[in-house]
Ligand binder design. Structure first.
Ligand SMILES: C[S@@+](CC[C@H](N)C(=O)[O-])C[C@H]1O[C@@H](n2cnc3c(N)ncnc32)[C@H](O)[C@@H]1O
Length: 268
């Protein structure tokens, strides 16, 4: 059997394409650590949508699947989808019974009104077309939604200025924005805070680079000098949040949850 080796140019193109493809770069880094740190947010989100045993739940942009697995432990019938094949491959090693799928949330492979509950924790916000992604969520949901989005808070946002090529849509970050995206739902929005912590600015920077695929993707696009400058400015910024010897930087998020309004059919 003979194999033809790709030319140097073909190899280069393939590497660049992979580097620029979100389905590829979302799979890079130790996302496990970050996902574990989001546990209180997952708990709060699930409490709002309150899945019952036997209900059909969809987790959109599920990442490594911690939220989907938690929903499955309530006895719900859970499906979880993510753009990144690597995330889904790692998620599928979980013991919980979940249907794991690779796919884009802007084009969901489900019938209308398929799910009692649709959730997305810092997931759907990354879709390049927020209106299209929201329309898809609304289409497949017949009951409750729960969505979390980072709030831009005086430049404290994790990716701001660091990952402009993959910044989340800010439409999900305000009550009016979320209501605009999901006009067929009665939504409540509440703010929450998640703490980025570490014993030094440098330790926080290392953790962020290790666990954030968008930051890793952005840094790969920069020159060595730019990386050095970005690193130094972020470490300085983290150091501004030193409290009692440790860094504690608040990251604000919005949790929007609610019910789909019943459509008034034509009565007989
Ligand atoms: C910050 S992670 C959140 C993962 C998980 N929901 C959690 O709570 O940890 C964002 C996830 O969104 C996924 N994602 C980004 N764009 C997507 C898209 N267009 N369709 C589906 N998933 C997408 C990424 O692959 C990644 O797993």
């Amino acid at each position: 059997m003979s194999h033809t080796l790709p030319s140097r140019r073909q190899r280069h193109t393939r590497i660049r394409a992979g580097a620029l493809d979100p389905a590829v770069w979302w799979g890079h880094g130790d996302y496990e650590l970050r996902e574990r740190a989001y546990t209180p947010i997952h708990e709060r989100l699930l409490a709002r949508v309150d899945p019952h045993p036997g209900e059909r739940v969809l987790d959109v942009a599920c990442g490594l699947g911690a939220l989907a697995a938690r929903a499955a432990r309530t006895g719900a019938e859970v499906t979880a989808i993510d753009l990144s094949p690597s995330m889904i491959e790692r998620a599928s090693r979980r013991p919980e019974r979940v249907t794991w799928l690779t796919g884009d949330c802007q084009s969901l492979p489900f019938d209308d009104d398929s799910f009692d509950v649709v959730v997305s924790c810092f997931g759907v916000i990354f879709a390049p077309d927020p209106q299209q992604a929201a329309a898809e969520l609304a289409r497949v949901c017949r009951g409750r939604v729960g969505i979390t989005a980072w709030i831009a808070d005086q430049g404290r946002d994790l990716c701001e200025g660091c990952a402009p090529t993959c910044t989340a849509s800010r439409l999900w970050s305000s009550e009016t924005g979320a209501a605009h995206l999901l006009p067929t739902f009665d939504l409540d929005s509440e703010e929450g805070v998640w703490w980025l912590q570490g014993h030094s600015g440098e330790a926080v920077w290392s953790w962020v680079v290790r666990t954030s695929p968008p930051v890793r993707a952005r840094l790969r696009e920069l020159s060595a000098t730019q990386v050095r400058d970005v690193r130094a400015s972020w470490i300085r910024r983290y150091e501004n949040f030193r409290v009692n010897g440790t860094i504690q930087m608040p990251q604000m998020y919005l949790l929007s949850s609610g019910h789909k309004r019943r459509s008034r059919g034509v009565g007989f």
